[in-house]
Design a protein. Sequence first.
Length: 259
Amino acid sequence: FPGSPFFLPHHPSSTLSLSMAARKCLLRVFFVDDESKVFAVDPSVKASDLCALVAAKLEISASERFKLYLQRKGEERCLDDTEEPLSIMVWETHGTDKKASDFAEPDKWKAVKDAWESHSRFVYKCRIYLRDALPVQDAALMNMLYIQAVHDVISGNYRCSEDDAVTLAGYQMQVDFGDHKEETHKRDFLRAIIGKYIPGYMLPQRTIDAWETMIFRRHAEMVGTSDQRARFLYLDTVSKWHLYGASFWNVKLTNAVEM
């Protein structure tokens, strides 16, 4: 209304300014289980603000425990809170002299996004501190930590014994399928998906039938256990390992001296 502090005269330049100010870019954020969500954000959005946006979408109360990670070719780094994810994408595809706001038009941004996502991605995950207690009262946070732990076990980031692998697989089955049922959970039930329960580096040590037998036996011991309790047991096991919460980098040997 005229006289209101929010009133702007209607003319082409004002309409253009409002249009530019409201322009958003689509950014895909991944999670450790390869699921993802797309968010419409300002070109200058900070990593901390994007994390807050994701936390609100997932209804995670302890959002301060989560960070945005840049993953590329098997390596990852945690972004500083003040870094701008969209600027990183533009710099890596068009040079550090460019601004993300220069590519805010849909067609231009799509070209940047497609080129960058062909080799890189942003991942929202918990930054684990070794003294953190397990968040038994926060179901959403517990689930995110559980998904992250499963990923690190199955991918081989955390190496474990065969007995631990079978125990964890039993917990995982309780989360995924509920109580063990002999008429359902029988031979070949896991054959097509065994790689989701036993780390790939460990699979060749036994036949699929043998793995199934051991996992089903452990799963049957979980009857009556809630899925939330099974997640807790999984995390309680993994969190005691020395490598829990560790970050990993590829190392290139230079100036090697022959011994």
